[in-house]
Write a protein that binds this ligand. Structure first.
Ligand SMILES: Nc1ncnc2c1ncn2[C@@H]1O[C@H](COP(=O)(O)OP(=O)(O)O)[C@@H](O)[C@H]1O
Ligand SMILES: [Mg+2]
Length: 507
């Protein structure tokens, strides 16, 4: 029998309620030795709750967990760890002022702490799993991708047989994600079971052995990945068919005059980014220009300059309409909707109109006109399909997809001519991503000039009329969207020096 047929863990008819809400309804799932088991489902489907129950962070109302056929009860994570289960959370729990070795010792059970006496011991364990880590580095100074490795090692030093990762690649760029799956491959080859929650179907199809789909708290099914395809997965996830492979082509007749132009724009780099070096770029009305690239190659600087957050050292930015101080006028969908896009504790209504509140329509003598705000906000929420029980609720209470719709509604209302969009679907589920992309495409067809900056190649290829690739602060190439292939773009993204980059990412 194949090693992968042996179940290590069985989740058995688990039901979990939060008051009247049924988060999980009799979900059963097995994890086999040596498999990478992907868990997919829309936001709120119950994926994290299921993982938390397995790790002892939450208790099931009904059903239970079997390990090697034996019923166990995980009252807390320490019970789960004792039973060979480790978890890497979406938000890391490292002590930033401690070194890698100190963090590992802190997490280690007393029995295994003795094995971590020297830096050599730590480096050796890391190497065994294909990781290169400096045991004496302060974890707070390490890039997120490397901090994640430390979290994985924390689970492994406690001799975890089953490793749970909840959305591990949301914070990673494509190269880092690839390298993470390299490490997970080491683990499964050694006989560990790895279970990973992810929204990235490409990763699921490429790296997982089996995939389970959860929808509204119930298990839709578990399948061998090689017997699944993208369309079938999407259909199971959303409960209906959505064509996500297809391009969202623009109307050729929609492309008009130049609306945005960058000429010779430069800003210096930092330790984490290459800066920009004499970049030229134009975007015309009605077209989506996609900027692809591995993060850290100048994307942040490009966005910041267009957003007016910093000035170029040389060169200039032009838009057809300039403001009174001769600055370009653009609307924005920023990268981080939580810190840049929304004020989470303020109502949905205020967030929808954030940039217009000082206008006469919504305030008088410094006092907000709540009636007028509510009326307009309700209108916008309807038009942009922002789903909330009440527009007076704080933006924090909405799902990620609906939060992003607020940001998009604000960016698109008021007839802008130029829109700068940065990672618009990061962290969103399939259905929400589709809505956001369709909305942007529709706005472009109506004559908006859209600059789409994204490290999601799929999204760039589906959306863009033209694609440019940023590499070390310069455009490495440009290609029409219809002619683009992942291989071609991928080569530009690594500057034609694949091997160097891969090794830099792995270290
Ligand atoms: N501690 C909690 N209290 C109340 N409701 C919760 C709690 N945790 C999760 N939920 C709800 O349970 C459902 C499933 O959540 P979750 O497991 O986080 O979904 P996913 O990880 O698939 O996005 C959601 O509707 C969520 O709002
Ligand atoms: Mg979750």
């Amino acid at each position: 029998m194949d090693m992968r047929d042996t179940p290590i863990v069985a989740i058995d008819h688990v039901t979990k309620r939060f008051k009247a809400h049924v988060a999980l309804d009799r979900v059963s799932l097995s994890l086999r030795k040596g498999e990478l088991h992907a868990i997919v489902g829309e936001n709120g489907a119950g994926k994290s709750t299921l993982m938390n129950i397995l790790f002892g962070l939450q208790q099931p109302d009904e059903g239970g967990i079997l390990i090697d056929g034996r019923q166990v009860i995980h009252r807390s994570p320490s019970d789960a760890i004792a039973n060979g289960i480790g978890m890497v959370h979406q938000h890391f729990k490292l002590v930033p002022s401690f070194t890698v070795k100190e963090n590992l010792c802190l997490a280690a059970r007393p029995a295994v702490r003795a094995k971590l006496r020297t830096d050599r011991d730590v480096a050796a364990i890391a190497e065994r799993y294909g990781m290169t880590l400096d045991p004496s580095a302060l974890t707070g100074r390490l890039p997120l991708a490397i901090q994640q490795r430390v979290e994985i090692l924390k689970a492994l030093v406690n001799e975890a047989v089953v490793l749970i990762l909840d959305e591990p690649t949301t914070i990673l760029n494509p190269r880092e994600a690839e390298s993470l799956y390299g490490v997970l491959g080491h683990l499964t080859r050694e006989g560990h079971a790895v279970v990973a929650v992810t929204h990235h179907l490409d990763e699921v199809l490429r790296y997982s052995d089996r995939v389970s789909v959860i929808r509204h708290g119930t298990l839709v099914g578990t399948a061998l990945t090689k017997e699944m395809n993208r369309d079938a997965l999407v259909q199971q996830i959303v409960g209906r068919s959505v064509a996500v492979d297809s391009r969202l082509p623009g109307r050729v007749d929609a492309v008009g005059e130049e609306e945005l132009r960058l000429e010779g724009v430069s800003v210096p780099g930092t330790a984490f980014s290459s800066g920009l070096h004499a970049v030229d770029l134009t975007v015309r009305a009605g077209e989506v220009v996609g900027i692809a690239g591995v993060e850290g190659n100048g994307q942040r600087e490009l966005f910041d300059i267009l957003a007016g957050l910093r000035a170029p050292v040389t060169g200039r930015v032009w838009t057809r309409a300039m403001d009174a101080r001769q600055r370009p006028i653009v609307n924005l969908v920023p990268e981080d909707r939580h810190t840049e896009g929304l004020i989470l504790d303020l109502p949905v209504s205020i967030n929808l109109l954030l940039d217009q509140l000082d206008g006469a329509a919504y305030s008088r003598f410094g006092v907000l006109r709540h009636g007028a705000i509510a009326m307009r906000a309700r209108d916008l929420a309807k038009t942009y399909d922002v789903r909330t029980a009440d527009i007076a609720l704080p933006a924090r209470s909405l799902s990620g997809g609906n939060q992003q719709k607020i940001v998009i509604a604000r960016a698109l209302s008021g007839a802008p001519r130029v829109l700068i969009v940065y990672q618009p679907t990061r962290g969103l589920d399939v259905a929400a991503s589709e809505e956001v992309l369709a909305r942007l495409r529709g706005a472009a067809d109506d004559g908006l000039a859209v600059l789409l900056i994204s490290s999601n190649l799929q999204e760039i290829m589906r959306m863009s009329d033209r694609i440019k690739v940023l590499y070390e602060g310069e455009f490495a190439g440009e290609i029409a969207g219809v002619d683009a292939t992942a291989d071609r773009l991928g080569q530009w993204m690594v500057g034609g020096r694949d091997a160097d980059i891969a090794s830099r990412m792995a270290s």
